[in-house]
Design a protein around this ligand. Structure first.
Ligand code: 13P
Ligand code: SF4
Length: 327
């Protein structure tokens, strides 16, 4: 029997969930949204007060589709920088604002474009599949983009004779290689948050919730993925949790995910995947966005995402290929 966790698990229940009335600042944001003819897109990891007033909440793939069909002058993107940048690449004539420009991503940081270019110069026949968690400059020198929701499908469509380099997430890449049977060279990047989940912490949690299935994000390390009942994108988690008969489900990803699960799937208890030191696992970048910063961003139309046009055009090509290959 594994020893108990050193802290109480974080359990979020939708069994008696009731929506709180909107706060004044949330009302103010919705009013500004009308005045600006804006749309609010939010990632599944955002705090609940942001998810509550977004027009669309989803994973990176869903957000890319929403950005592509956005019928608004302004996109207020509540997520991290590479996501807002993707929206700008797809919508060059729209104003894209991100509540906090410092909302980066450890994966994007792990793959600077000059380093990738140096690799390509040394290996000119390489076909680069880039996880969407990368900068526009990296997208601009990649062949196709993928998200955790379509990575397997995208890699399967790369012609067999290509020598694939998968950037920047080695864990997602390793998972995709296993599922597709393709040989992938892996860039040595990782998500600083998802690698904090461990087999030990999950075993201790499972002892407290016997029979509860585990759903994990592919950015987790292999040993954690191997003990999961399902490995999928954050959007995939919605489907898994909805259809699984268990009342209790262990969710191994960033804690904001539980907000969406609680709102949309009634009658269940979602238990946050713990690390060795904490019951929850917040991404410090995702959590830089606040409702106050949202309000200010819409009021001032700042900070905006700006891109050099040549980079934007080159980055658009592999994104378009992804959207075509996954539709
Ligand atoms: P999803 O596309 O699955 O939402 O993942 C995005 C991300 O940043 C995971 O850490
Ligand atoms: Fe990047 Fe990890 Fe945060 Fe996702 S959770 S945005 S991969 S640092």
């Amino acid at each position: 029997m594994p020893e108990a966790l050193a802290y109480d698990p974080l359990v979020v229940s939708s069994i008696d969930f009731k929506e709180e009335p909107l706060t004044l600042i949330q009302e103010e944001i919705l009013q500004l949204k009308k005045e600006r003819n804006a749309i609010i897109l939010a990632h599944n990891y955002q705090i609940d007060p942001i998810q509550r007033i977004a027009d669309y909440v989803g994973d990176s793939l869903g957000l890319s589709y929403q950005a592509a069909k956005a019928d608004a002058d302004v996109i207020l993107f509540c997520g991290v920088h590479f996501m807002a940048e993707t929206a700008k690449i797809i919508n060059p004539h729209k104003t894209v604002v991100l509540p906090d420009l410092q909302a980066g991503c450890s994966l994007a940081d792990s793959c600077p474009a000059p380093k990738l270019q140096a690799y390509k110069d040394a290996h000119p026949d390489t076909y680069v599949v880039a996880y969407i968690n990368c900068s526009a400059a990296v997208k601009a020198i990649s062949d196709v983009i993928c998200t955790s929701g379509n990575a397997v499908r995208i890699v399967r469509q790369v012609p067999e004779d290509k020598d694939i380099l998968f950037v920047p997430d080695q864990n997602l890449g390793q998972w995709v290689a296993k599922l597709t049977g393709r040989r992938l060279k892996l860039w040595p990047g990782s998500c600083y948050a998802h690698v904090l989940f461990t087999v030990q912490s999950l075993e201790k949690l499972r002892a407290q919730f016997p029979g509860a299935p585990i759903v994990a994000h592919p950015e987790c390390v292999e040993t954690v993925r191997d003990m999961a009942d399902e490995v999928c994108s954050t959007e995939g988690m919605l489907g898994f949790c909805r259809s699984h008969p268990s009342r209790d489900i262990i969710v191994v990803t960033e804690t904001g995910m539980l907000n969406r699960l609680r709102r949309e799937i009634p009658g269940k208890r979602f238990i946050a995947g713990p690390t060795d030191t904490c019951a929850c696992n917040d991404c410090r970048f995702m959590k830089l966005n606040t409702v106050e910063k949202m309000r200010d961003a819409l009021a001032n139309l700042s900070p905006v995402i700006e891109l050099e046009e040549s980079i934007r055009q080159n980055a658009f090509r592999p994104i378009k290929r992804m959207l075509d290959w996954s539709s």
